[in-house]
Each structure stands twice: as structure tokens, then as C-alpha cells.
Design a protein around this ligand. Structure first.
Ligand code: NAP
Length: 300
């Protein structure tokens, strides 16, 4: 029989809020905390009823009353801040599962800090975006001890259809870096190729549909191709967040090989151009704007 863990969520942003709703729907959610309290209050109000969800006063209070705390915050310094704030409430019956995208070294430091209090830690970054978080169809890349993962896996199954352990703490973030480099290359390839299609005067919707069934077919072409050629760039995956992830990828690449990834350097440069134009909150497919403007001097 599955033992019901008391689950808490810290960070109720674009990813954290739908993950908290998934936990609640599956009967696991005990408490939530968010830096901006109004977001936590709104979610607690939305999930009112039986069983009720507690709006914890602090990360420490949430940690004290939970057996699994899922964190979903923006970047490395933010994760460090919430882990420090949890510490006074940490105990040996608690596992912290971090789904934020941060550096491998940060994950290792958080694991060591929590271990001082007997608390377990898994780095568990996710792929699948806001849609995946809503549907519970995320892919989860896990680093940490196998027995710790097995203890919390039944609860995490409310969020993800594929939960894979790839090694010790840090392995999940390394896998996420691989994913983000691949996503950068796919974005560069699809936006540049479709800009060529547009220049050639091809019927783009038909082209996307046709090529999607061939060897060049991929998820990004299917899902973002039709919107980018219409000039629609609602996220999806925010360009500024992918930029943050690619900075981590470049650091890891340098650390491991002593060199730069040319693909990552190129994409960082492109994203920085778009961010200085105020496009950081658009979907990453806004790269199509740049590919088209390079060709004809105007922007999509
Ligand atoms: P988001 O909507 O911007 O939400 C960020 C959350 O982090 C908010 O709840 C924010 O609190 C909290 N936060 C930020 N700094 C904090 C601090 N110093 N102390 C406490 N809380 C803090 O971001 P998101 O899209 O949910 O992304 C969350 C993480 O998941 C990121 O690491 C991202 O790279 C990763 N991710 C995102 C996607 C995606 O498609 N969006 C996909 C996979 C992975 P406030 O409400 O107070 O601002």
C-alpha cells in the first residue's frame, strides 16, 4: 500500500501553481508557500474544500509539517534563499525535490546543506513546459539516491509520465543542460529553415505539415511552426528563461571541456539581441523575428 506523504510546494509561478494543482487533485497536497503571499492565498482559496490546503507562514513552517517539499523557483540564488529559509524546519523525514533549472554545483550544495539536518534532496528539473505541468505529462530528470526517489515517486507520478534517475545529485541538472542545448539547436534550425521557406514564397502551413511527417519533423516544428509564421509568440517557454538556462549550459560546458559551445554562444547572442528589443517575455520561437529581419530588414 502506498503511504500518503504530506506534500508542500514552494514557488507558485507558471510551473509551480499547476504542479500544486496536480498534487491536490491526486490527494497529496498539504501546504503551499510563495514569496508573494497573494498568489498562495489565491491558490488556497481556489482549492478550498476537503481536504483543505494550508497557506504556510514561512518555508520553515512548511518544511516542519511536510514529508516532501517541491520547489519551483526562478534561478540559483532564489533556490539558495528558499533552502536557507526552510532549514529551521528541516527534519529527517523530509525530502526536498527541486524542479527549478539551476547549476549542477548549486544542486550539490543544496543537497549537502539539507543533509546537515538529515533531509534528503533530489534535483529533478522538468521538460514539457506549462502545458506538461497542467496535464501531469512532464518528463523528470532526477539526480540523487535511488531509495530517496523510490520513497517520493508515488507522489511525483501526479506530475510526470516519465521519471528517470540518471545518477547522483547533479545528474538531473546535467541532463536538463543537455536538453536545453538541444532545444537551442532545434530553435535555430527551425526558425532559420522557415525563414528560407518564406523567402522562397512557399505556402508555409502546408510546408510545416508536410515536413513534419518526414526526417526533419520534430515537436517544435509541429507546435511552434504554425504560430511563428503567423507572428504569434505567446509563451510557451519564455526566451529570457531559456537564456538563463543557456548561461548555465555554457558554464558547464566550459567547466567540463575547457572550451565554449559554438551553438550555445550563437543562441545566447541571438537571444540577447531580442532581449534588448524587449522580447524576453515572448516564446523562444520569437527567434523567427531575427531570422526574417536578417533577410529582409524588417521584423515579423
Ligand atoms: P515564474 O513563473 O517566473 O515563477 C517563479 C517562481 O519563483 C515564483 O513563484 C516566484 O515568486 C518564485 N521566486 C523567485 N525568486 C524567489 C526568491 N528569491 N525567493 C522565493 N521565491 C522566489 O517561473 P516558472 O516558469 O514557473 O519557472 C520556474 C522554474 O522552472 C525555473 O527555474 C525555470 O527555468 C524552470 N522551468 C520552466 C519551464 C517553463 O516552461 N516555464 C519549463 C521547465 C522548467 P513570486 O511569485 O513572489 O515572484
Amino acid at each position: 500500500m502506498t503511504t500518503r506523504l504530506r506534500v508542500g510546494v514552494i514557488g507558485l509561478g507558471a510551473m509551480g501553481a499547476p504542479m500544486a494543482r496536480r498534487f491536490h487533485a491526486a490527494g497529496w497536497l498539504h501546504a503551499v508557500w510563495n514569496r508573494t503571499p497573494a498568489k498562495a492565498a489565491a491558490l488556497v482559496g481556489e482549492l478550498a474544500g476537503e481536504p483543505g490546503v494550508i497557506h504556510a507562514e514561512s518555508p520553515a513552517e512548511l518544511a516542519r509539517t511536510c514529508q516532501l517539499v517541491l520547489t519551483s523557483v526562478s534561478a540559483d540564488a532564489d533556490l539558495q534563499a528558499v533552502v536557507e529559509a526552510m532549514v529551521p524546519g528541516c527534519h529527517a523525514d523530509l525530502t526536498v525535490v527541486d524542479t527549478s533549472t539551476v547549476a549542477v554545483d548549486t544542486a550539490r550544495r543544496m543537497a549537502a546543506r539539507l543533509a546537515e539536518h538529515g533531509t534528503g534532496f533530489l534535483d529533478a528539473p522538468v521538460s514539457g513546459g506549462v502545458e506538461g505541468a497542467r496535464r501531469g505529462s512532464l518528463v523528470m530528470m532526477v539526480g540523487g539516491a535511488a531509495e530517496v526517489l523510490e520513497r517520493v515517486r508515488p507522489a511525483l507520478a501526479a506530475l510526470a509520465t516519465d521519471i528517470r534517475r540518471l545518477g547522483e545529485v547533479g545528474a538531473g541538472q546535467a541532463a536538463k543542460a543537455v536538453n536545453q542545448v538541444m532545444a537551442a539547436g532545434i530553435n535555430e534550425a527551425v526558425t532559420e529553415a522557415l525563414a528560407l521557406g518564406e523567402a522562397a514564397g512557399l505556402p508555409l502551413d502546408e510546408l510545416i505539415d508536410l515536413l513534419g511527417g518526414g526526417a526533419a519533423g520534430n515537436w517544435f516544428l509541429d507546435h511552434r511552426g504554425p504560430t511563428m509564421v503567423r507572428g504569434e509568440y505567446a509563451p510557451g517557454f519564455r526566451l529570457a528563461l531559456h537564456h538563463k538556462d543557456l548561461v548555465l549550459c555554457q558554464q558547464l560546458w566550459r567547466q567540463l571541456s575547457g572550451a565554449e559551445s559554438p551553438l550555445v554562444a550563437t543562441t545566447l547572442g541571438h537571444y540577447e539581441t531580442l532581449m534588448t528589443q524587449g522580447r524576453g517575455d515572448e516564446d523562444i520561437s520569437a527567434l523567427y523575428r531575427l531570422k526574417c529581419s536578417r533577410r529582409n530588414g524588417s521584423q515579423k
